[in-house]
Design a protein around this ligand. Structure first.
Ligand code: FES
Ligand code: FES
Length: 188
Protein backbone atom coordinates (compact mmCIF):
# COMPACT_ATOMS: atom_id res chain seq x y z
CA UNK A 1 0.00 0.00 0.00
CA UNK A 2 1.46 3.42 -0.87
CA UNK A 3 2.80 5.33 2.11
CA UNK A 4 1.31 8.75 2.87
CA UNK A 5 3.58 11.52 1.63
CA UNK A 6 6.54 12.38 3.90
CA UNK A 7 6.07 9.27 6.04
CA UNK A 8 9.14 7.05 6.32
CA UNK A 9 8.32 3.46 5.37
CA UNK A 10 9.99 1.98 8.43
CA UNK A 11 10.73 4.59 11.05
CA UNK A 12 13.36 3.45 13.49
CA UNK A 13 14.20 6.80 15.04
CA UNK A 14 15.03 6.77 18.67
CA UNK A 15 12.51 8.39 20.98
CA UNK A 16 15.42 10.54 22.16
CA UNK A 17 16.00 12.57 19.02
CA UNK A 18 15.19 12.52 15.31
CA UNK A 19 18.96 12.70 14.74
CA UNK A 20 19.63 9.35 16.38
CA UNK A 21 18.70 5.82 15.35
CA UNK A 22 19.03 2.39 16.82
CA UNK A 23 21.48 0.37 14.74
CA UNK A 24 22.04 -3.36 14.43
CA UNK A 25 24.95 -4.74 12.47
CA UNK A 26 27.25 -7.74 12.49
CA UNK A 27 30.97 -7.19 12.91
CA UNK A 28 33.34 -10.15 12.54
CA UNK A 29 30.41 -12.52 13.11
CA UNK A 30 29.13 -10.83 16.27
CA UNK A 31 25.82 -8.97 16.23
CA UNK A 32 25.91 -5.54 17.87
CA UNK A 33 22.84 -3.53 18.85
CA UNK A 34 23.73 0.13 19.15
CA UNK A 35 20.99 2.25 20.70
CA UNK A 36 20.38 5.87 19.70
CA UNK A 37 23.41 6.30 17.47
CA UNK A 38 24.05 9.86 16.31
CA UNK A 39 23.53 9.93 12.54
CA UNK A 40 26.80 11.83 12.09
CA UNK A 41 28.89 8.94 13.45
CA UNK A 42 31.32 7.55 10.89
CA UNK A 43 31.74 3.78 10.69
CA UNK A 44 35.35 4.04 11.90
CA UNK A 45 34.22 5.89 15.03
CA UNK A 46 31.47 3.36 15.67
CA UNK A 47 34.04 0.56 15.43
CA UNK A 48 36.73 2.21 17.53
CA UNK A 49 34.82 4.33 20.04
CA UNK A 50 31.53 2.45 20.50
CA UNK A 51 32.51 -1.18 19.89
CA UNK A 52 36.11 -0.99 21.14
CA UNK A 53 37.52 -2.51 17.94
CA UNK A 54 40.63 -0.35 17.74
CA UNK A 55 42.43 -2.47 15.15
CA UNK A 56 41.04 -0.21 12.44
CA UNK A 57 43.23 2.88 12.25
CA UNK A 58 42.41 6.48 11.44
CA UNK A 59 44.99 8.26 9.30
CA UNK A 60 43.67 11.22 7.35
CA UNK A 61 39.93 11.00 8.20
CA UNK A 62 39.38 12.30 4.65
CA UNK A 63 39.27 9.19 2.45
CA UNK A 64 42.82 9.69 1.20
CA UNK A 65 45.11 7.25 3.02
CA UNK A 66 43.19 3.95 3.21
CA UNK A 67 44.33 3.25 6.79
CA UNK A 68 40.70 2.86 7.86
CA UNK A 69 39.79 0.25 5.22
CA UNK A 70 37.31 -2.43 6.32
CA UNK A 71 35.00 -4.72 4.38
CA UNK A 72 31.25 -4.08 4.29
CA UNK A 73 29.31 -6.88 2.65
CA UNK A 74 32.66 -8.25 1.44
CA UNK A 75 33.65 -5.04 -0.36
CA UNK A 76 36.34 -2.70 0.88
CA UNK A 77 35.39 0.78 1.98
CA UNK A 78 37.09 3.71 3.66
CA UNK A 79 35.29 3.55 6.99
CA UNK A 80 35.99 7.24 7.66
CA UNK A 81 33.72 8.09 4.72
CA UNK A 82 30.83 5.77 5.61
CA UNK A 83 28.08 6.89 7.95
CA UNK A 84 27.52 4.06 10.39
CA UNK A 85 23.77 4.53 10.21
CA UNK A 86 23.86 3.31 6.60
CA UNK A 87 25.19 -0.06 7.82
CA UNK A 88 21.93 -1.36 9.24
CA UNK A 89 22.08 -5.18 9.07
CA UNK A 90 25.43 -5.02 7.29
CA UNK A 91 28.17 -7.61 7.57
CA UNK A 92 31.40 -5.81 8.49
CA UNK A 93 34.86 -7.36 8.61
CA UNK A 94 37.74 -5.61 10.35
CA UNK A 95 41.32 -6.72 10.90
CA UNK A 96 40.22 -8.34 14.16
CA UNK A 97 38.08 -10.74 12.12
CA UNK A 98 40.83 -12.13 9.88
CA UNK A 99 42.53 -14.63 12.17
CA UNK A 100 40.80 -17.85 13.13
CA UNK A 101 41.43 -17.89 16.85
CA UNK A 102 45.20 -18.23 17.27
CA UNK A 103 45.63 -19.15 13.60
CA UNK A 104 46.54 -16.17 11.46
CA UNK A 105 44.92 -15.53 8.09
CA UNK A 106 47.19 -16.51 5.15
CA UNK A 107 47.54 -12.82 4.33
CA UNK A 108 48.73 -12.08 7.85
CA UNK A 109 51.23 -14.95 7.58
CA UNK A 110 52.46 -13.60 4.26
CA UNK A 111 52.80 -10.05 5.65
CA UNK A 112 54.98 -11.48 8.42
CA UNK A 113 57.02 -13.66 6.07
CA UNK A 114 57.73 -10.77 3.68
CA UNK A 115 58.22 -8.06 6.31
CA UNK A 116 55.35 -6.14 4.74
CA UNK A 117 55.10 -3.53 7.46
CA UNK A 118 57.42 -1.33 9.44
CA UNK A 119 55.56 0.84 11.93
CA UNK A 120 52.44 -1.19 11.16
CA UNK A 121 50.01 1.71 11.39
CA UNK A 122 48.73 1.15 7.86
CA UNK A 123 48.76 -2.64 8.19
CA UNK A 124 45.13 -3.26 9.27
CA UNK A 125 43.89 -1.27 6.28
CA UNK A 126 46.39 -2.92 3.94
CA UNK A 127 45.26 -6.37 5.11
CA UNK A 128 41.55 -5.61 4.65
CA UNK A 129 42.28 -4.00 1.31
CA UNK A 130 44.30 -7.04 0.19
CA UNK A 131 41.44 -9.32 1.18
CA UNK A 132 39.04 -7.17 -0.83
CA UNK A 133 41.31 -7.02 -3.88
CA UNK A 134 41.75 -10.80 -3.97
CA UNK A 135 37.96 -11.21 -4.07
CA UNK A 136 37.54 -8.47 -6.68
CA UNK A 137 40.14 -10.02 -9.00
CA UNK A 138 38.64 -13.48 -8.49
CA UNK A 139 35.23 -12.08 -9.44
CA UNK A 140 36.72 -10.66 -12.65
CA UNK A 141 36.56 -6.97 -11.75
CA UNK A 142 39.08 -5.10 -13.92
CA UNK A 143 41.42 -2.43 -12.59
CA UNK A 144 42.93 0.53 -14.41
CA UNK A 145 45.81 -1.64 -15.64
CA UNK A 146 43.77 -4.68 -16.69
CA UNK A 147 44.08 -5.05 -20.48
CA UNK A 148 40.79 -4.12 -22.16
CA UNK A 149 38.95 -6.81 -24.08
CA UNK A 150 40.25 -9.66 -21.95
CA UNK A 151 37.93 -12.70 -21.66
CA UNK A 152 35.61 -12.74 -18.65
CA UNK A 153 36.81 -14.58 -15.55
CA UNK A 154 39.30 -14.04 -12.74
CA UNK A 155 41.95 -11.40 -13.35
CA UNK A 156 45.51 -12.73 -12.85
CA UNK A 157 47.22 -10.68 -10.16
CA UNK A 158 50.66 -9.76 -11.46
CA UNK A 159 52.71 -7.12 -9.66
CA UNK A 160 51.21 -4.26 -11.71
CA UNK A 161 47.68 -5.38 -10.81
CA UNK A 162 48.53 -5.66 -7.13
CA UNK A 163 50.22 -2.24 -7.08
CA UNK A 164 47.25 -0.60 -8.79
CA UNK A 165 44.68 -2.31 -6.61
CA UNK A 166 46.55 -1.39 -3.42
CA UNK A 167 47.18 2.17 -4.55
CA UNK A 168 44.42 3.55 -2.33
CA UNK A 169 46.39 2.51 0.76
CA UNK A 170 49.32 4.73 1.62
CA UNK A 171 52.26 3.51 3.72
CA UNK A 172 54.38 6.27 5.13
CA UNK A 173 57.19 3.80 5.85
CA UNK A 174 57.42 2.74 2.22
CA UNK A 175 56.91 -1.01 2.69
CA UNK A 176 55.37 -1.22 -0.78
CA UNK A 177 57.69 -3.82 -2.41
CA UNK A 178 57.16 -6.11 0.59
CA UNK A 179 53.40 -5.60 0.44
CA UNK A 180 53.32 -6.56 -3.24
CA UNK A 181 55.35 -9.72 -2.55
CA UNK A 182 53.07 -10.70 0.35
CA UNK A 183 49.87 -10.27 -1.65
CA UNK A 184 51.40 -12.02 -4.67
CA UNK A 185 52.22 -15.03 -2.53
CA UNK A 186 48.60 -15.40 -1.39
CA UNK A 187 47.25 -14.69 -4.89
CA UNK A 188 49.27 -17.56 -6.40
S1 FES B 1 41.46 7.57 7.62
FE1 FES B 1 40.04 6.93 6.15
S2 FES B 1 41.08 7.12 4.27
FE2 FES B 1 42.45 7.97 5.72
S1 FES C 1 54.20 0.33 7.86
FE1 FES C 1 54.22 2.33 8.63
S2 FES C 1 52.74 3.38 7.53
FE2 FES C 1 52.83 1.46 6.62
Amino acid sequence: MPQPENTPAEPRFSAESPHHSDLTLRVNGTVYDVPALDHRTALIDLLREHLGLTGTKKGCDHGQCGACTVLVGGRRVNSCLVLAVTCQDAEVTTVEGLADGERLHPLQEAFLAHDAYQCGYCTPGQLCSALGLLAEAEAGHPSLVTPPGRPPGPVPLDDAEIRERLSGNLCRCGAYPHLVRAVAEVAR
